[in-house]
Design a protein around this ligand. Sequence first.
Ligand SMILES: NC(=O)C1=CN([C@@H]2O[C@H](COP(=O)(O)OP(=O)(O)OC[C@H]3O[C@@H](n4cnc5c(N)ncnc54)[C@H](OP(=O)(O)O)[C@@H]3O)[C@@H](O)[C@H]2O)[C@@H](O)CC1
Ligand SMILES: Nc1ncnc2c1ncn2[C@@H]1O[C@H](COP(=O)(O)OP(=O)(O)O)[C@@H](O)[C@H]1O
Ligand SMILES: [K+]
Length: 497
Amino acid sequence: MKIGNSQLIKNIDNYCINDLDIPSTVLMENAALKVVKNINFEKFNSFTIICGTGNNGGDALAVARQLFSMNMKVDIFIIGEHSMSKDCLINYNILKNMGVPIKQIVKTQDIQLLNDILNKNDMIIDGIFGSGLARNIDGIYKEVIKSINKSGMYILSIDVPSGMLCDSFGILGSCVKANKTVSFEVYKKGFLDYESDKYTGEIVVESIGIPEYVVNKFHLKEYLVQKKEIKSIIKKREKYSYKGDFGRVSVIAGSKKYTGAAYLTSQGAVRSGAGLVTLCTEKSVVEILQSKTIETMIMSYENNDFKELILNSDSIAIGPGMGNNENTFNIIKDILSKDGCPLVLDADALNVLQHNLDLLKNSKRKIVITPHIGEMGRLTGIDSKNIIKNRIDIARDFSKKYGIIVLLKGYNTIITNGEEVYINSTGNSKMASGGMGDILTGIIASFIGQGYEPLKATILSAFIHGYVGDILSKDMFCVNASHIVERLPYIIENLTY
Ligand SMILES: NC(=O)C1=CN([C@@H]2O[C@H](COP(=O)(O)OP(=O)(O)OC[C@H]3O[C@@H](n4cnc5c(N)ncnc54)[C@H](OP(=O)(O)O)[C@@H]3O)[C@@H](O)[C@H]2O)[C@@H](O)CC1
Ligand SMILES: Nc1ncnc2c1ncn2[C@@H]1O[C@H](COP(=O)(O)OP(=O)(O)O)[C@@H](O)[C@H]1O
Ligand SMILES: [K+]
């Protein structure tokens, strides 16, 4: 699903109206009809409709007319004395001509009028501000929003909960706390934040009749990845396939202190369908790991066969639990400096490259890096707070600068190749536990090994990894890495239908 900000909305709007001659009231009517489509009339039959004076208010007035025409009970309020936008006024006049009463809330004393009604109707429809919110909310607007939120009634916000910014997450003084937000054309960038669902409730994005090529003309190639997109990427297995079709995946991971990281990375690859997985690790832990796994071949990277294995791999995952030391650096430097299959670099593979980023830039291989916020901070020298705030831009810039795919982990994991940005919609805080990222690294290498193009493999892996966590977390207080490993193949199978 496409993500966009208020500038994108303005550009699309202007193009439709000025270049295509689509009357703006047509778009407004489409918007209103899509809001009505999202109302469950088995539960809701009476509506308090609260309108601003811009086009968001215009949408709300058109919704009111549609509901009135369906013989629903509507109580309509306009907030403030600001002059109405052209299309808001058109819809206001139609309602007046139809004899539908509209009350105005201007002063504090008028609020009582609204409070008396709020609890009598089944639903509040919030059309005070949309993408045109420009400054801090105060005065009567703030008081009305307070009343709406205090009412405890079901609230549906049109386009954006009034008070929330579209461009990046922010509340301008006060904000409606909706149960559902019916937004138009694009998923607003402001919805991506950790805190935003407290205000948006469930988000539905509806098309309002703007041709796709018009959206594409202005869109910055930022997407939210959902199940629908994943189902179109993931392929069923052909009847005649054999293990050689699903890739030789090598995992270079682990050390005396971190055998678990090596185990989990390799299991991520095995359980997501890699044909043949070889785990290369420190000599001293080969035996321990051999006793733990069945499907994975295990060797030491000090072995003579190691170089040949690297040459014959279809993808390589490197880093988890290797230790931030010279030995790790030398292995990675050697692999980066030779041409060959794609690499997935995580954890210590990233830590040792901190001051040697040119190795990334100069490598001829396709590279995916999978830092969490802390690792990204070390790679870029930017503090964690700023990374969290500007995750999209920082990940995209880094990706572009070094010519690699970046997967920045955390809430709403970001995946970018420097041009396109994909935001993952799955995963949750119950997954915040040791070893979780190691599995993801193994899954990415596995899908690359199975022949998926690296960007697609990374998008697919992030979604699946979080999706398994989401399903498990319905019944579990916390989800551990071994639970994910166990459920992986079953849930991937479900996604292929
Ligand atoms: N192309 C599309 O996708 C389509 C979009 N559509 C809809 O249009 C919506 C955007 O409409 P919009 O641009 O008119 O802005 P909107 O949010 O109604 O607010 C502007 C008004 O609020 C005022 N105002 C601002 N801040 C304020 C404050 N703090 N306190 C007080 N007042 C404040 C501002 O005043 P001004 O700054 O002009 O003085 C102005 O009067 C969009 O969200 C969607 O619902 C559909 O119709 C179909 C096509
Ligand atoms: N709050 C959260 N929401 C969504 N996903 C999360 C959340 N917390 C952790 N995760 C996921 O769990 C994994 C943790 O990875 P990482 O930090 O590398 O852990 P480790 O180093 O222990 O393996 C990442 O894939 C991350 O996206
Ligand atoms: K709104």
